[in-house]
Write a protein that binds this ligand. Structure first.
Ligand code: Q46
Ligand code: ZN
Ligand code: ZN
Length: 312
């Protein structure tokens, strides 16, 4: 039996062994052509949604996982002015390992990496969780948003890029549709425009699946943290991903069709400015944007300072 041929090698008179089968697009690709396909797809997404240009100063939020590290590596290969931000959540083992992966990539691509150490800024996520009794992910989300925006503003970045991939976006979309959560549906888009002091936010991997992202980091030999964050027990989100994966296996291309169909057909009807923006003011303590008089992070700080047992 003759081995399968790479779809793109066939048209370019080359003959490299097939390494990847992308069932959603019915493409069999060798390593070289997969990398070309991947980079071209991300570059096209950046242009299609007008995410940024070579004149922008991009801050990439890196978690130490495959998506954000692969994105940072790719943007530097494409010649963009992209620097990294790592927020150390102070989660035992998980944070120190993921921080090392982020720092290793920064040295490899010779780009600056900002590091925010939550334990010294405020308190670690495990400590904060005990104090506030709020879910870890809700605290984490608030703090990440706060420091991403703050570091970006203080260092004059023009856009913030995150590594959300197609599987993440489809799971969120599915959940929003299941609950007809119109406010979230109106805001779900690969680009969130700058809003007052809030920075423009973009998701260049929104048309890249988790599997494609993992292959890209593998082919470029980029080590990343494999275990999930110990707090990532969003049962409903994992369940949604499982259901969607089943649909994808039965009918390849389901995820990308569902997501891009939403962006093309429904999103333009929902994205009225009054729906996607909330009234903002500046925090009277730290000056960061907020919807309340004192922002959520300053409220946390005040709570900790009022406590008789501050973090050690
Ligand atoms: S890092 Fe933070 Fe995630 Fe860990 S505490 Fe939750 S939100 S699960 S992306
Ligand atoms: Zn090929
Ligand atoms: Zn504040």
């Amino acid at each position: 039996m003759t081995p399968p041929k790479c779809t793109l090698c066939k048209t370019q008179q080359t003959n490299f062994p097939v390494k990847v089968y992308l069932s959603s697009y019915n493409l069999k690709l060798c390593q070289k052509h997969f990398i070309e396909w991947f980079e071209n797809r991300v570059a096209t997404t950046i242009e299609k949604y007008r995410m940024f240009t070579p004149h922008d100063k991009i801050l990439v939020a890196v978690s130490g996982g495959k998506d954000s590290l692969g994105l940072w590596f790719l943007l530097s290969r494409l010649g963009y002015h992209a620097e990294g931000l790592y927020i150390d959540l102070g989660i035992p083992e998980y944070s120190s390992q993921s921080r090392t992966y982020a720092q290793n990539l920064a040295s490899r691509i010779q780009r600056p990496l900002h590091v925010v150490d939550l334990a010294s800024e405020l308190a670690s996520i495990p400590e904060l969780r005990q104090w506030s009794r709020k879910p870890a992910c809700s605290l984490c989300g608030t703090l990440k948003r706060y420091y991403m925006n703050r570091i970006a503003r203080e260092n004059a970045y023009t856009v913030l890029a995150t590594g959300h991939n197609l599987d993440d976006e489809v799971a969120v979309l599915w959940n929003n549709v299941m609950h007809w959560n119109m406010e979230y549906l109106a805001k779900q888009y690969p680009v969130l425009p700058a809003e007052g002091p809030f920075l423009k936010k973009v998701k260049p991997l929104c048309r890249i699946s988790e599997k494609e992202s993992a292959l890209y980091t593998l082919f470029h030999n980029i080590p990343y943290i494999k275990p999930e964050c110990p707090y990532s027990t969003h049962a409903s989100s994992l369940e949604n991903k499982r259901i969607l994966q089943q649909l994808e296996e039965e009918k390849p291309g389901t995820k990308i069709t569902f997501y891009t169909g939403f962006l093309k057909n429904l999103s333009p009807l929902l994205r009225h400015p009054e729906r996607i923006s909330s009234p903002l003011t500046l925090c009277i303590v730290c000056g960061e944007p907020t919807t309340t008089e004192v922002c959520a992070v300053c409220q946390l700080k005040q709570k900790i300072q009022g406590d008789n047992h501050p973090p050690s």
